[in-house]
Design a protein around this ligand. Structure first.
Ligand SMILES: Cc1cc2nc3c(=O)[nH]c(=O)nc-3n(C[C@H](O)[C@H](O)[C@H](O)COP(=O)(O)OP(=O)(O)OC[C@H]3O[C@@H](n4cnc5c(N)ncnc54)[C@H](O)[C@@H]3O)c2cc1C
Length: 357
């Protein structure tokens, strides 16, 4: 019997957690190393909408649709994961673009439906204003991101993974391959190292001469105190994207990816929250609790970086925005590639080599 492959996963956000869980389940010996609380850094500040919605070319749509199916598989494997298929309403595009998006995604097989004022009112009766026309996708959902990442890490630990709190300072190279990491607690050896460190990834990769071209735009989200049920699903109204969490908080951004915090984030948050209250009936008692500013690990072309670094064995990279949507597919595909050498065809456009020229 060959020994289980030992893999170090750097990062305890939704991506590191999913990869660690999938690797452990497939029989690898896994060590997660992170310098944040469990649940990560960008992950707790996410809007956490699971979707294959507008603005993406077809290959990326296909990856996202697959990831939505993989969420269902994951939720079956781990009953109790806080994932909800609550559906999403959208009218935050000019009418012609909304129509074009509906026609295109419908032709690709997305479960998108045109809805009028009465249907919107039936789906979300607590809105103060209903648009004449919106799009509804019943198959969209949300995952409570920290609870999900924490549950995946706990399950991985239960099956033998180790989770360590430490800062990775460098990748360790031996004879042209990565053989471990140097950390604030000393050296750790491994057969393969996964960089799933969000915005911390480029600094780690650079220690082995690997360039990860990402940008890290901020996004502000407001969180109300827990409140009675006002929203059934996701609402993407004109510059106001909202949902209600499992805990009962209304969370919102001027965009689901978080709005620009502006010069004074406190004022931006208060103004945004006033819009939330104005958009909802029966919200007199709704109170702003706090706001978050998250930094998105966005590869510069907007698409994920998932795969091995060319010219350097022993290191696998998983850095992406839309990490909540994609986490189960990334975990599964990374595991197959790391343990069996099989690269899923859906990942073809998302290797690091695309930035080489
Ligand atoms: C405002 C906002 C809204 C968003 N909305 C959505 C959405 O609606 N839908 C969606 O799909 N996605 C959304 N995203 C994107 C999504 O949240 C991210 O893609 C995802 O959370 C990234 O997860 P991650 O695990 O890669 O990173 P993180 O959660 O940032 O985790 C990184 C981990 O790496 C560790 N780390 C970093 N450097 C080191 C080091 N040197 N040593 C040790 N550990 C290290 C950190 O401690 C942390 O544990 C949103 C993001 C933001 C900010």
């Amino acid at each position: 019997m060959t020994a289980a492959k030992h893999v170090i996963v750097i990062g305890a956000g939704i991506i590191g957690a999913s990869i660690a869980w999938h690797l452990t389940k497939a029989g690898a010996q896994v060590t997660v190393i992170a310098d944040s609380p469990l649940g990560g850094v960008a992950t707790p500040n996410s809007f956490a909408w699971i979707n294959a919605s507008w603005g993406n070319p077809e290959p990326y749509f296909r990856l996202r649709i697959r990831a939505m199916a993989e969420w269902k598989r994951l939720a079956n494997d781990l009953p109790g994961l806080p994932v909800a298929w609550c559906g999403g309403l959208n009218w935050d595009l000019p009418a012609d673009r909304l129509e074009a998006y509906a026609a295109e995604h419908y032709s690709w097989g997305y479960g998108i439906e045109r809805v009028g004022r009465e249907q919107v009112a039936r789906i979300e009766p607590n809105l103060t204003e209903f648009p004449d026309f919106a799009l509804h996708v019943a198959e969209e959902g949300v995952a409570e991101p920290v609870a999900t990442a924490t549950a995946l890490l706990a399950e991985a630990e239960r099956h033998g993974a180790r989770v360590l709190s430490s800062t990775v300072t460098a990748l360790v190279q031996t004879d042209g391959r990565i053989t471990g990491v140097d950390t604030s607690h000393g050296l750790f050896a491994a057969d393969e190292v996964v960089i799933a460190a969000g915005v911390g990834s480029p600094d780690i990769a650079a220690t082995a001469g690997i360039s990860l071209p990402i940008e890290t735009p901020p996004g502000l989200i407001v969180h109300s105190r827990p409140y009675k049920k006002l929203l059934n699903g996701l609402v993407h109204a004109d510059k106001l994207h909202m949902r209600q969490t499992a805990e009962g908080r209304i969370i919102a951004g001027s965009d689901f990816a978080g709005g620009d915090p502006g010069e004074n984030p406190e004022v931006t948050a208060r103004d945004l929250f006033a819009m939330v209250k104005a958009a909802l009936r029966d919200a007199e008692g709704l109170e702003l609790d706090f706001h978050t500013i998250g930094y998105r690990p966005n590869p510069i072309d907007g698409f994920p970086i998932i795969g091995r670094a060319e010219g350097m064995d022993g290191v696998y990279v998983a850095v992406l925005h839309s990490g909540i949507t994609l986490a189960p597919a990334v975990g599964l595909f990374a595991t197959r590639e790391i343990l069996d050498g099989e690269r899923d065809p859906l990942l073809a456009p998302y290797g690091l080599s695309r930035f080489a020229q």
